[in-house]
Ligand binder design. Structure first.
Ligand code: F6P
Length: 406
């Protein structure tokens, strides 16, 4: 690996995914033997200011001179630290801050003029996700002195202040504009030879999953009767499966557990998180089981008997078949993919993430990470006593089925 010095300066509104991308860059370049450090302005702010002063949205108002001066000072502290790092053993300094004004970006370039600067602008195109991200941020210790609603509103107001001074990238020599939800590069310009560019370019567009566990809910009353859909509870056996899974993960930190909105996945998640304070359960409707339309709550036998045309058409082409008034695997794909992106985005590069899903949904999740011909996806085996462990980083790919009960 080439060993040249580089500054990576993030650009973007609060809650646009900058810190997640920064930590991904650090992990990936670090694994390649590159000395990389992230300099986060929020961390310095917490060092030098009282939380209660800087969680108040007006601190970020462009016309509040004192706030502007403090924030400039914070940026300068990080520039000094980054300069010292690069002058010493450091290869890459990542400046994790909003850097939304051209003036600030000019300061970065001037201050670190001995090194090339690569700007990475993060854009989150999904208002619903921005909201979800705001509610996650509002739950952080910074906002502990405020009510949840006040904290969220303060954060929204902060974003609005930054929007007023936002100047998208354009004139800079080296930059990419990244859609952080879809890991898609929207615009880019690179002049000359930028150190680490090939690895960075690849990394920015890759899913980055350190440990994702995909499990199906335990047995339900409907499962016993071979009924599809519905919203039934776990059976006694299902509860034992949930307990066994909880035991299996007892020593694994699980900061994020994603479920559908159905009772069976939530019962499973609450067993797993019971008695732990490191667990946050997030319900995503994107992970709800395939909607069987007019066949909801029927048994497979009853469908075959009373609606032979449905049974035959589905058997003929299970992937493309769409239940009347409901969904099919093909139409489910987009929704579940969105759920996966959302879960990865919300969990912000957490080391361990668990998804408690359903049979059809889990098939779609798995096929997001492991190629399967579409016609084979609806037949992926999804047991209730095992989970899939998935790792997908730049240097490591794992896809294994792990048994969690005897
Ligand atoms: O039977 C359980 C279940 O989750 C149903 O709710 C759902 O309709 C079905 O599995 C999906 O599996 P398949 O596509 O194989 O019918």
């Amino acid at each position: 690996m080439e060993k040249r010095k580089l500054v990576i300066a993030m650009v973007g509104l609060p809650a646009s995914g900058k810190s997640t991308v920064s930590s991904k860059l650090k992990q990936c370049l670090g694994a390649e033997g590159v000395a990389v450090e992230v300099f986060n302005n929020g961390d310095v702010r917490r060092e030098v200011c009282q939380d209660s002063d800087t969680t108040c949205s007006d601190f970020y108002a462009p016309e509040y001179e004192q706030g502007v001066a403090i924030r400039e000072k914070i940026a300068l502290i990080n520039l000094e630290r980054a300069a010292a790092y690069l002058a010493g053993k450091g290869d890459v300094a990542v400046l994790d801050a909003t850097n939304v004004s051209r003036k600030r970006r000019q300061t970065i370039k001037e201050y670190l003029r001995d090194y090339p600067v690569f700007f990475v602008e993060c854009v989150n195109p999904d208002p619903e996700l921005v909201e979800a991200s705001i509610s996650r941020k509002a739950a952080m210790p910074d906002f502990a002195h405020m009510t949840r609603e006040a904290a969220q509103e303060s954060f929204r107001e902060r974003i609005r202040y930054y929007e007023r001074i936002y100047q998208p990238l354009g004139d800079e020599e080296n930059f990419v504009v990244l859609d952080t939800l879809h890991n898609r590069i929207e615009r880019e310009r690179v002049q000359g030879v930028l150190p680490y560019y090939r690895i960075l370019r690849d990394l920015l567009v890759s899913d980055w999953v350190r440990n994702l566990y995909v499990v199906r809910h335990g047995e339900t009353a409907f499962n016993l009767e071979m009924r599809i859909g519905g919203d039934s509870d776990l059976t006694a056996r299902g509860l034992v499966q949930a307990q066994s899974l909880a035991w299996h993960f007892r020593e694994t930190p699980l900061p994020y557990v994603f479920t559908s909105t159905k009772k069976r996945t939530q019962q499973m998640a609450s067993m797993i998180c019971d008695g732990r304070n490191d667990c946050r359960v997030i319900r995503l409707p994107e992970f709800d089981e395939i909607d069987a339309g007019i066949c909801e709550s029927m048994t497979y036998d009853r469908i075959a008997q009373d609606m032979p045309q449905v049974h035959e058409a589905r058997t003929r082409d299970k992937y493309n078949y769409v239940y009347p008034g409901g969904e099919g695997y093909g139409t489910l794909k987009e929704r579940v993919e969105r759920g996966v992106k959302k879960a990865l985005y919300l969990s912000g590069n957490a080391e361990h993430i668990l998804i408690v899903g359903h049979q059809a949904v889990n098939r779609m999740i798995l096929s997001h990470f492991l190629y399967r011909r579409t016609e084979d996806v609806p037949y992926i085996y999804i047991p209730q006593d095992r989970y899939f462990h998935i790792v997908s980083t730049h240097s490591r790919k794992v896809f294994e089925l792990v048994k969690f009960m005897g």
